[in-house]
Ligand binder design. Structure first.
Ligand code: LLP
Length: 428
């Protein structure tokens, strides 16, 4: 459930008409609903009630400081995957003790920064990383609490680009090697391996892969304990899917029941890293129709948003519902429409042959479910400005990331020393 609904024929974010935001901030603009973010977080937390469960929001889904702050106020920790995300988390006021650091390729500099910040745990994904982290911790005179991410070789049955738990994926260490790798970590003087971690993919719509992975994790953790490794926590990753297009992913409650079934009664602290589930349906991308273009064969809707603003359709064939801001009467005629942006490649297509009502040049439209992996994946391809972001709360809204300026876009470039003279002036 989200808080983007029609009222008297106009689309609102909570109590704010989206047309008002477009007027004030321009388009394209991402709009997030505080109430929806909060609701999703609470529903997930409640689904895990009775367990020793700790939620680390995967901030790669949406790392805006205002979004982080909203979730932090509910007690969320965060899962970060780069020094940049770690710095954002700290800037949003999330205590270091509620930050975990995942990722397959952390640099020495990033590990050093994380240890100095005193974060909760680092999720290690390879033997080389174990040695590097041991080194960095030794140099700082600290012992690092770590998780080791195992790869359970389970097919998450999701898009291949967001599947992470199969042997052929780059993530984690082979689960069969867990005993030897944990033993190695335990021998290294500056590491304290206490967590088994796993994340098999994103946008999972089926519980079966979770069940398979969880059973393997429980078995591995108890084998490690039997071998004398003091496993205290299990990190179950994120990945629960959301309905983009009528999918029926397992509800948080059903997922929670599975967690209880497998881990209830075992004495572990459980960690979760949901991203999409919290943020996806809490955001929309608001855009304006530049032109409707009726070709002989097809009807094109050309928007002022493009693949650089929302890349999911181009990258993963991702579906985002598109709705006009002015509601159409039920039963209004619809025609197949290709929804595209102005970027100069055919891949800049949001939808092909989508059944849409007649829409006029200059009208506003909204892509639904764009709160996760939307703004964070935006680029300035075609020298387009990074979009603005707005947070709504009740009848208030605020710009929480201003639109990039042309000075910022161009100003970081410079000429090479041998190119004396401004562009456009012949060198003497
Ligand atoms: N934990 C780890 C270690 C992850 O790699 C991810 C996502 C998550 C948690 C959060 O997964 P979620 O709950 O959001 O499914 N850009 C893609 C999604 C990439 C997901 C990468 N890892 C998309 O737009 O579909």
């Amino acid at each position: 459930m989200d808080h983007f609904n029609y009222r008297d024929g106009a689309l609102y974010a909570e109590d704010v008409p989206l047309s008002r935001i477009a007027e004030a901030v321009g388009t394209p603009v991402y709009v997030y609903s505080s109430a929806t973010l909060e609701r999703h977080y609470r529903v997930f937390a409640e689904a895990l009630s009775g367990l020793d469960a700790h939620i680390y929001y995967a901030m790669k889904a949406n790392s805006n400081l205002a979004v982080l702050n909203t979730l932090a106020a509910l007690g969320a920790g965060v899962d970060v995957v780069s020094e940049g995300e770690l710095r954002r988390a700290l800037a949003a006021g999330i205590p270091a003790s509620k930050i975990v650091f995942s990722g397959v390729g952390k640099t020495r500099g990033e590990l050093d920064f994380a240890l100095r910040a005193g974060i909760h745990e680092i999720n290690v994904e390879s033997i080389n990383e174990l040695h590097l982290l041991n080194d960095v911790a030794g140099a700082l005179g600290v012992t690092a609490d770590i998780a080791i991410r195992v790869n359970p070789d389970v097919d998450a049955k999701t898009h291949e680009k967001i599947s992470t738990g199969k042997k052929e994926n780059k993530f984690g260490i082979d689960i069969d090697r867990a005993p030897e790798v944990f033993a190695l970590a335990a021998r290294l003087p500056n590491l304290n391996p206490i967590t088994v971690a796993c994340h098999i993919g994103s946008q999972l719509v089926d519980l079966a892969p979770y069940r398979a992975a969880f059973l393997k994790l429980a078995e591995t953790a108890s084998a490690l304990r039997a071998a004398g490794i003091d496993i205290k926590r299990i990190d179950l990753g994120g990945g629960l899917g959301v309905p983009y297009k009528g999918e029926e992913p397992p509800s948080p409650a059903v997922y929670g029941d599975l967690v209880r079934e497998v881990f209830g009664g075992l004495d572990y602290q459980l960690m979760f890293e949901p991203g999409r589930l919290i943020a996806a349906n809490a955001g929309i991308l608001l855009a304006r129709v530049i032109f409707m273009k009726n070709g002989d064969e097809r009807r094109f809707m050309i928007l002022d948003a493009a693949m650089n603003d929302l890349i999911r359709p181009a990258l993963y064939e991702g579906h985002h519902d598109l709705v006009p801001i002015v509601e159409r009467p039920a039963g209004a005629l619809e025609a197949p429409t290709d929804v595209v942006g102005p970027v100069c490649e055919s891949g800049d297509t949001f939808a092909k042959g989508r059944a849409l009502p007649d829409i006029a040049d200059g009208e506003l439209v909204a892509f639904k479910s764009a709160g996760a992996y939307g703004a964070v994946m935006a680029s300035s391809y075609n020298s387009r400005l990074l979009p603005a972001e707005v947070l709504v709360r009740g009848d208030e809204f605020a710009v929480v990331r201003r639109r990039q300026t042309y000075e910022e876009l161009i100003g970081a470039d410079s000429l090479a020393p041998w190119q004396n003279g401004a562009v456009g002036q012949a060198a003497e």
